[in-house]
Design a protein around this ligand. Structure first.
Ligand SMILES: Cc1cc2nc3c(=O)[nH]c(=O)nc-3n(C[C@H](O)[C@H](O)[C@H](O)COP(=O)(O)O)c2cc1C
Length: 413
């Protein structure tokens, strides 16, 4: 049967966030690609984001930038930690801003306990793996994915046992410092990585956070770290340039309270976030994002053969709580679903992750009705996306379907 082409209507509409107007509602998700020079972003990274800006992305979030070397288990992951990192990012940002209308956010990231004490860079840094409490995540990487991690063969592949953070305010100050660097680099805003089992999520979850101080022990206390991080970013940027990414239904990184507790925790957090009010709250619907046949150990979602994580319908549960920020939706969303989610008001912008990896002009091509030429396969191997050999391969070498054209519909001249 002839495949129908999705009419792109709502995705083409501009979106105002504070004093920025996004040229359309095609967002590009933060996706780590492990192609920095050590911890420094480079010209190839600039080219990659520039291509996606040229290809019509209305909003681009850079792949997670680590706020300190702790947690740099994955190799060639960029940091935003020093003046030199800021200068390297500035060159990337400048390249992206060559495209009129391009909006480029920096995602601030700390892995917490999802790290390897034995990774080379962390050994050099000489500080322990940290987390809200000294509870080890009962998982790690599968042995056949060594290429992604800077680990010597034969090492224990489980995540390291963390040391409990002495004073969370010290880490919050690190987030603030990185937010200042992101501003100096010229980004248009920052997104706090509060999803996918990393440090901010670890504080929210009472199976990872058993603190007895102000940062644990109650719904309010477990949300304090996320909220104080956000407040630090807002002090630097103002509220309308700060967003947060959340994954309330994820079991990644050995997290997952029973559903009722999870809903209570995220309901409180999202209500408090909405009081700021932020630029955006970005929610990942994990069940949709991860096909059943990919929820394997290496996705860090299974412990002892059982799925971790309280699967529940994220948008139906939390959407109504967000009244003052823009709602970004993410998780294996098709073009037709995107149009419906925008039309019925579930979301204000659709964040696409994997489609942008293989289609540099994903937005322009969809707008131009070239849907059939797009590669739109969510069911591909995550690890094929990491570099083997030439870092440009599978990164900046995908062809444009449309001719990059500033006058294409939805794009500003
Ligand atoms: C290779 C790879 C790396 C990723 N790195 C990040 C990251 O650094 N930060 C983040 O928030 N999400 C990261 N994600 C998750 C994506 O941003 C996105 O939430 C997920 O792929 C679901 O969206 P999609 O179904 O449109 O791809 C990554 C995903 C992939 C496939």
């Amino acid at each position: 049967m002839e495949q129908l082409i999705t009419p792109i209507k709502h995705l083409q509409k501009p979106l105002e966030i504070g004093d920025i107007t996004l040229r359309n509602r095609f967002g590009m998700s933060s996706v780590s690609r492990n192609r920095a020079d050590g911890t420094y972003p480079n010209a190839l990274n600039g080219e990659y984001f520039y291509q996606r800006a040229l290809g019509g992305a209305g909003f681009i979030c850079a792949g997670g930038a680590l706020i300190e070397p702790q947690g740099t288990a994955m190799r060639e992951t960029p940091q935003i930690d020093t003046h030199e990192h800021m200068l390297a990012w500035r060159r990337v940002v400048d390249r992206v801003h060559e495209v009129p209308g391009a909006v480029f956010y920096c995602q601030l990231w700390h892995c917490g306990r999802m790290t390897y004490q034995d990774a080379k860079i962390q050994k050099e840094y000489g500080k322990p793996t940290i987390a809200p409490s000294a509870i080890q995540a009962r998982m790690g990487i599968a042995p056949d994915n060594d290429g992604v991690y800077d680990l010597e063969p034969g090492l224990d592949k489980g995540y390291s046992k963390p040391t409990a953070i002495e004073n969370p305010k010290d880490v919050i100050e690190q987030f603030r410092r990185s937010a200042i660097l992101a501003k100096e680099a010229g980004f248009d805003g920052v997104e706090l990585h509060g999803a996918n089992g990393y440090l901010v999520s670890q504080f929210l979850d009472d199976t990872a956070n058993i603190r007895t101080d102000d940062y644990g022990g109650s719904v309010e206390n477990r949300a304090r770290f996320a909220l104080e991080c956000i407040d630090a970013l807002v002090e630097v940027w103002g509220p309308k340039k700060v967003g947060i990414k959340l994954s309330p239904a994820t079991g990644r990184g050995d997290l997952g309270m029973p559903v009722e507790r999870q809903i209570e925790q995220f309901t409180y957090l999202i209500r408090e976030l909405d009081k700021r009010p932020l630029a955006h709250v970005h929610t990942l619907w994990t069940e949709g994002a991860v096909p059943a046949n990919q929820r394997t150990e290496w996705m860090d979602m299974e412990v002892d053969g059982k799925m971790r994580g309280p699967l529940h319908p994220v948008w139906a549960t939390y959407r109504h709580l967000i009244k003052n920020a823009k709602v970004f939706l993410n998780g294996a969303i098709s073009l037709i679903e995107a149009e419906e989610l925008l039309k019925d008001g579930t979301g204000d912008l659709i964040i696409f992750g994997r489609p942008w990896l293989v289609n540099p002009d994903f937005a322009s091509a969809a707008i131009a009705g070239k849907e059939k030429e797009l590669q739109f396969e969510y069911n591909f191997d995550y690890f094929a996306q990491y570099p083997i050999g030439d870092p440009a391969k599978g990164y900046t070498d995908y062809p444009f379907i449309t001719k990059p054209d500033y006058k294409a519909p939805g794009l500003k001249t």
